[in-house]
Design a protein around this ligand. Structure first.
Ligand code: ASP
Ligand code: MG
Length: 437
């Protein structure tokens, strides 16, 4: 069994859906296909939900009307068989009615959760009916019937495996389709795996099924060695280890959802990133094998806030760090980078939601300085933190870039530096000169 995931742009138009169908039919064996919503749909649903929260039902209904129009070209271009077109149209209109029902309800977080997953319901039904129209033997499995989170909002792998194996045993179809992003939570309600979570759905499913390979089909030919939006002539990486790919996904490479590597790594299932527009290209293979020394890739993560706490009480004190960390824990705010000296500690966060409370609390322990608009530049490679001379090379090319923090040796695969975002472009371009040619 292979698990294949296609993202929003890959199913973003009738033409792209047709390409996806071709790709699927060229892959041998039984396959489970995970789909995102048509690109732009989830953003629209989030906006509708925001309007509901503000009590602006008129705008919510206006946006819903715009959403409905997106599907007309799909209905017009995908189906030759009248009954399949009709079934799809009826389903879409049913979903529209459901959303209208949600708009009518008093707003609550559960309304939001129900709202944002509707795009995946539509894309999977449209696509399943399109495959049926092509004469394929296909079954749609509803994610809410097997995807489930535990009390800690982590995927309940044991339960998912049990439910999914049961559903699979009841069908002989060669092609199975399901929704990414959608899950149930521990209380049984409809929930989601956070924005971009379809990748995570695919790796969870591929892992519990002990699939040969999880393929993430997207609109780029793999993970690149540097940020293609900032640096010219970047290239796709043929192979990465799970660790390297995790660091890159977490620190800014937009290709993969950051947590999606976790289950694949745990279950040892390789993940391949493929390009829908260039299906023959190898893409990037992420597995437990790491190859080559030196710098492999660079990624940048923006909107970082640096917090410095200076305290005389820190000198020779134990328990100080614990107290600081507890504040971040209390406000459920993860820390990305951390550096310390004898009298100060600097750390970074990427979520400012509770910054005022955090600032208030840590002020009790010392003088606090906050710098917003920072960027973490993450340099990844096998053993780079141990490779002699690399640090010198990095600092040499960055000799006139003010570096706010450095994290070196936290893992073998990563050196991270924090800079003001205004220096990001220069930093990424200069570092690009360090790739072994
Ligand atoms: N449709 C969801 C989103 O846009 C999930 C995904 O595409 O991965 O975030
Ligand atoms: Mg995505």
């Amino acid at each position: 069994m292979k698990v294949l995931k296609f993202g929003g742009t890959s199913v973003g138009s009738p033409e792209r859906m047709k390409q996806v169908a071709e790709i699927i039919s060229n892959i041998k064996g039984r396959k489970l296909v995970v789909l995102s919503a048509v690109s732009g749909n989830t953003n629209k649903l989030v906006s509708i939900s925001e309007k509901c929260e503000m009590g602006d039902k008129t705008s919510a209904l206006g946006l819903l009307k715009e959403l409905r129009e997106v599907f007309n070209p799909f209905l017009d271009q995908l189906y030759e068989k009248k009954e399949l077109r009709e079934d799809t149209e009826k389903y879409i209109d049913q979903v529209m009615d459901d959303i209208e029902g949600l708009i009518d309800q008093p707003y609550s977080p559960q309304v939001n959760k129900m709202m944002v997953v509707q795009g995946e319901l539509i894309s999977t039904r449209m696509f399943t009916n399109y495959l049926k129209d092509r004469g394929e033997d296909v079954t749609l499995l509803m994610a809410q019937n097997f995807m489930t989170l535990d009390e800690n909002d982590e995927p309940d792998m044991v339960m998912i495996e049990k439910k999914l194996e049961h559903l699979l045993s009841k069908t002989t179809s060669k092609v199975l389709i399901t929704q990414g992003f959608i899950t149930r939570n521990a209380a049984g309600g409809i929930d989601n795996l956070k924005r971009g979570g379809s990748d995570y759905s695919a790796t969870i499913i591929g892992s519990v099924l002990k699939s040969d390979e999880i393929q993430i089909w997207t609109d780029i030919d793999g993970m690149h060695n540097n940020d293609p939006r900032v640096v010219e002539k970047t290239f796709p990486l043929a192979k990465l280890s799970f660790e390297e790919a995790s660091e890159l996904a977490y620190f800014g490479a937009k290709v993969l959802h950051p947590t999606c590597i976790v289950p694949a790594q745990q279950f040892g299932v390789p993940v391949r990133i493929k390009n829908t527009m260039a299906p023959a290209a190898n893409g990037t293979l992420i597995s437990d094998v790491s190859e080559g020394g030196g710098i492999k890739a660079i990624a940048a993560k923006d909107n970082i806030t640096a917090i410095k706490i200076k305290s005389s009480r820190m000198v020779m004190a134990y328990g100080f760090m614990r107290r600081v960390f507890e504040i971040f824990e209390m406000y459920k705010t993860p820390i990305d980078m951390i550096t310390t000296s004898e009298i100060a500690v600097s750390l970074t966060i990427d979520n400012n939601e509770h910054l005022p409370e955090i600032e208030r609390e840590i002020s009790k322990y010392g003088k606090v300085e906050i710098d917003k608009d920072q960027t973490i530049v993450c340099i990844v490679g096998d053993d780079i933190a141990e490779k002699r001379g690399l640090g010198k090379q990095i600092f040499k090319v960055l000799d006139d870039v003010p570096i706010r923090m450095i994290s070196f040796g936290g893992s073998r695969n990563n050196i991270s530096i924090l800079i003001d975002s205004s220096h990001k472009k220069t930093t990424l371009q200069r570092l690009n000169g360090l790739f072994e040619k």
